[in-house]
Design a protein around this ligand. Structure first.
Ligand SMILES: [Fe+2]
Ligand SMILES: [Fe+2]
Length: 177
């Protein structure tokens, strides 16, 4: 297996691990009856699987071998909503670092199809980190105020939270997948 194929296969673990972690977060949030946040996390979990699928399709289409990774059991407990989203932010930064690593290999060996495929991921990670940072900031503003927390949960539930983010940052969540 060449270096690039090996790095892409290794990266699959990042995407599946993120999917698994988001699912565990969705369960924790549903247990707390924070249905809006929980639904958001379930959507994120499904999106991460589609990210893995994109890379798998790239490997298969280029006649390269796919090796599905083992993934670890995720955390199931967080001290607070703020701690949970801080976890999201750091996890997305790790995914970004892994994408950047693969991109570096693709550039070094001058594999243009790979850099084109990875451009989508570079863009996606900017959005993912921006979204996580925005939510962390909102939660910090809410502090431990229950009413503020429930309002944010309701905004996730009715889909207006990310619309608020769009007007605040210019980022369009509709283009995120
Ligand atoms: Fe991802
Ligand atoms: Fe992500």
């Amino acid at each position: 297996m060449n270096e690039l194929t090996s790095a892409i296969n290794n990266h699959l673990a990042c995407e599946f691990q993120a999917s698994h972690t988001y699912l565990a977060m969705s369960i924790w949030l549903r247990e707390k009856d924070l249905i809006g946040f929980s639904t958001y996390m379930e959507t994120k979990s499904n999106e991460e699987r589609t990210h893995a699928s994109r890379m798998i399709a790239f490997l298969v289409d280029n006649d390269e071998k796919v090796e599905l990774p083992s993934i670890n059991a995720p955390d199931y407990e967080w001290d607070s909503l703020e701690a949970l989203f801080s976890n999201v932010y750091s996890m997305e930064k790790e995914v970004t670092a892994s994408i950047n690593h693969i991109y570096g290999i693709a550039e070094r060996i001058n594999n243009r199809p790979a850099t084109v495929m990875l451009d989508w991921f570079i863009d996606e990670q900017v959005k993912e980190e921006s979204e996580a940072r925005f939510i962390c900031k909102r939660l910090k503003l809410a502090n431990t105020n229950t009413a503020a927390m429930l309002l944010l949960d309701q905004q996730f539930f009715d889909g207006t939270f990310l619309a608020n983010m769009q007007s605040a940052s210019g980022f369009s969540p509709a283009t995120a997948a």
